[in-house]
Ligand binder design. Structure first.
Ligand code: ADP
Ligand code: MG
Length: 479
């Protein structure tokens, strides 16, 4: 076989292996850990793969080594070893202005430059610009106070890696994008990154809410200092933006996009939190979305009971630093962890109330008092966040078609109905808009989605078989 043909063959094998891996670990895990894994070569018994960062390599080795191997063995039975290496990934050369400044630092044995060595130009513009003061940080939101559990292990590990990086280190995943529902610890993690990063003298971490980014930019435009604002933004090492879902307005978005590209291309780290995955940020344009999805996307799930208990304990311990007499019996902590399932904010609120009550009335905390004090925090279980992909997957399985069929333009009856059902479910079970749903169903127009929704609505009211089918699908999605 010619070299070219052989190469072609190997690439096809690699494509199949990736497909196997994807279906074995699921789309989310796959895109977080394997999307940037490349094939370097195949020998008789071993396969050489590479990833861009050390962190990815050790994570894959620790958690997925066997999986990767067996996916290869299914393709080439003789393979018995996977070599995973880190591709040389160096930060891009710093901008010319900084490069000049670097020369003057060469004296110190290549040690990290001291903070004073920061280029004067960047320092003055940064200091002179209000918007770059960043948003205030809460001193309690540190890694030390962040409790790690099943739902946030990955996010915490990634955040730590980013926080502990040093200027000049190869960049890890960029941007790091963390998404989760309300009160599940996004702001906590982001601020922890800012605290840790800023503790090291040679790094400047800027924590901004999307609103602050927006108003800073708008204010800068009004006072004609937009250029200085941009320059200063680009002078930082780590940009942390919280609640990206609130970023609005065309010019702000365009500016956000430029900033993002400039920072990433210059090897600076960007960290983002939002309440939904990049694909669901409806107001952002496609390029920004795909850039956001191009780093590491991690979801934090809901807080399990054990994690809730850990958070409560850590809150009580923190309160005891100032109020030594405050004591919450285990029985009460367990009760709270079991019943306040909603989110971290309510857990914090519960501890605050017990503290206030026991202080004001000089009474010890009892189970009875806790039950009374937190009654209104005990809410019915928050409904699960359902994703459009989940709907497509479940519907496709139910009707024995592929997800690609649902997204395709095929109009045969066996795909049209399932597609309409899936769109109907997307409209009724998620908060996504009609245009967004259209986009996620192979780029269809919102009127097509509307038509499908109306059609299924009309059908379920008279066709009991279809009605049962839809109910069954809903139940599968909600459990
Ligand atoms: P989000 O930004 O995702 O809405 P926050 O970061 O504001 O949520 O978290 C809400 C509250 O819950 C905060 O008081 C936070 O400290 C606490 N919390 C959430 N997750 C954790 C955790 N894993 N460990 C400790 N505290 C947590
Ligand atoms: Mg938040």
């Amino acid at each position: 076989m010619s070299n070219i043909a052989q190469e072609h063959d190997t690439q096809e094998q690699w494509t199949r292996v990736k497909g196997r891996l994807r279906s074995s670990v699921g789309e989310d895990v796959y895109s977080s850990w394997f999307a940037r894994m490349d094939l370097e070569g195949v020998q008789q018994q071993s396969v050489h793969l590479s990833v861009p960062t050390k962190f990815l390599r050790s994570w894959i080795q620790a958690h997925y080594a066997d999986r990767v191997l067996s996916c290869w063995q299914a393709e080439i039975p003789g393979i018995n070893r996977i070599d995973l290496t880190v591709r040389s990934a160096v930060r891009c050369a710093p901008p010319a202005r900084e490069a000049a400044a670097t020369d003057t630092r060469r004296g110190d044995n290549g040690a990290r430059p001291a903070a004073e060595a920061r280029t004067p130009a960047a320092a003055t513009t940064a200091a002179g610009h209000d918007a770059l003061g960043g948003s205030p940080l809460d001193p309690r939101l540190t890694f030390a106070n962040f409790v790690v559990g099943r739902s946030n292990t990955l996010a915490q590990a990634a955040a730590r890696q980013v926080a502990e990086g040093r200027r000049g280190d190869p960049v890890m995943f960029n941007p790091l994008y963390i998404h989760a529902g309300v009160g599940l610890g996004k702001t906590h993690l982001l601020q922890a990154i800012a605290w840790t990063g800023n503790a090291s003298p040679d790094r400047k971490v800027l924590y901004l809410t999307a609103e602050k980014f927006m108003y800073g930019f708008v204010a800068a435009l009004k006072t004609q200092t937009a250029l200085a604002f941009k320059e200063a933004l680009r002078g930082i090492d780590v940009l942390v933006i919280d609640d990206l879902q609130f970023l609005q307005g065309k010019s702000t978005q365009a500016e956000f996009c430029h900033t993002l590209n400039a920072l990433i291309d210059a090897g600076r780290q960007v960290v983002i939190a939002a309440d939904r995955p990049p694909a669901d940020l409806e107001s952002l344009d496609d390029r920004v979305r795909s850039r956001l999805a191009g780093g590491l996307v991690v979801e934090m799930g809901s807080l399990g009971e054990e994690l809730r208990l850990g958070i409560l304990r850590s809150r009580v311990a923190a309160a005891r630093v100032h109020h030594a007499s405050f004591d919450v019996p285990d029985q009460v902590l367990e009760y709270l962890a079991r019943t306040i399932t909603h989110n971290g904010r309510d857990l914090e609120g519960a501890v605050n109330r017990l503290l206030a009550h026991s202080k004001l009335n000089a009474q010890p905390v009892t189970l009875e008092m806790a039950e009374r004090e937190v009654r209104d925090l005990i809410r019915p279980q928050e409904p699960k966040r359902i994703k459009i992909e989940d709907i497509q997957r479940v519907v496709a399985r139910q009707y024995n078609v592929s997800r690609a069929d649902l997204l395709s333009s095929r109009r045969t009856a066996n795909v049209v109905r399932p597609r309409q059902v899936a769109m109907y479910l997307a409209k009724t079970l998620t908060l996504r808009s009609l245009p967004e749903i259209g986009r996620r169903f192979g780029g269809r127009d919102h009127t097509t989605v509307l038509h499908a929704v109306r059609k299924i609505e009309a059908l379920v009211s008279k066709d009991t078989a279809l009605c049962d089918e839809v109910e069954l699908l809903k139940r599968q999605l909600q459990e």
